[in-house]
Write a protein that binds this ligand. Sequence first.
Ligand SMILES: *Cc1c(COP(=O)(O)O)cnc(C)c1O
Length: 417
Amino acid sequence: MDHFGYRQDHLFAEDVSLATIADNVGTPCYVYSRATLERHYRAFDEPFGEYPRHVCYAVKANGNLAVLQVLQRLGAGFDIVSGGELDRVLAAGGAAGDVVFSGVGKSIGEIEQALQAGVRSLSIESEAELERVDAIARTLGKKAPVAFRINPDVDPGTHPYIATGLRENKFGVPASDALRLYQRAVAMDSINITGIACHIGSQLTQLDPFCDALERVLDLVDILSDNGIVLQHLDLGGGVGICYADENPPTPAEYTQAMLKILRRRGCHLSVTLEPGRAIAGNAGILLTRVEYIKPGPAGDFLIVDAAMNDLLRPALYQAWHEVVAVSRGGTSPVRDCDIVGPVCESGDFIARGRRLAAVQGDLLAVRSAGAYGFVMSSNYNARPRPAEVMVDGAAYHVVRERETSASLSAQEKLLP
Ligand SMILES: *Cc1c(COP(=O)(O)O)cnc(C)c1O
């Protein structure tokens, strides 16, 4: 459920008309709904009741400071994958003690930064990383809190680029190696083992892979405990899918209930960390764009809009499908078979293909489900300034990131002497 909907044929975000935002802020422009972000966060958090848990929003899905601030105020923690994301969390008012740090390639600088700031846990993804973290912690005179990220070798049934829990993926350490690695880590002076983690992929639409992964991680928890290694927390990662088209992903409530049921059956009382990103931010945002030209093509029209692959990469990168709707409907615009494409000089630059849409030049369109992996993947390709970002909050809206300018794009460049 989200808070984007039509009122008398005009699309609104909460109580604000998207046409008003387009007129005042310009297009292309990302628009987020605060009420939707809050609703989705609570949908993961509330089913836990008294069970100890920490919902750590995955910053990489949408790292806008205002988005982080909204979630931080609800009590969210954060899952980060870079030092830059840690800076963002702190700038938005988050506490390092609520941060878990994942990722296969943490640099020396990032590990130092995380240990100095005092993150809650580092997810260790290789033996080489364990050695590096131990050495850095020793130099800093600290004990590094760590959890191994286990690769449970389950097929999440998602796009190959966003599957992360298969043996052939670069993520995590194999379950078969876990006991040896934990035993090595126990022997290290500057390592403090806190938990175990896994994250098997993104945009998962079935519960089974999550359940299989949890069972496999709990098998390991038992093996570790039999060997005297006691953990405090269990990080189940993110990955719950959203509805872009006709997918039928588990709801956050179904997902959390399934996880809790397994934990109860297995007699596990470890505190749980969840790392949802897409399921919180995805349907809390749209990309607002305007039709620049309509050009006839061999199999319908090209709607050439002012948003492009540099603004929303998902269609070009994953052949992702986003619903595209008219911001005002019920008018006299003719319905056409069309491809919705951007101005970038690539044939891969499309927002949506093979659609039927009523539109004329100058009309506004909303690309739905663009709140996650949207702005964060944007670039300046073709020297295009990245779009503005707006947060709607009831009847008010706030520009939470100004549109870039040509001057800001070249600010870091220098001509030769
Ligand atoms: C990307 C990522 C997430 C979030 O995934 P979603 O599919 O957006 O929920 C969570 N944890 C880790 C380690 C990640 O890399």
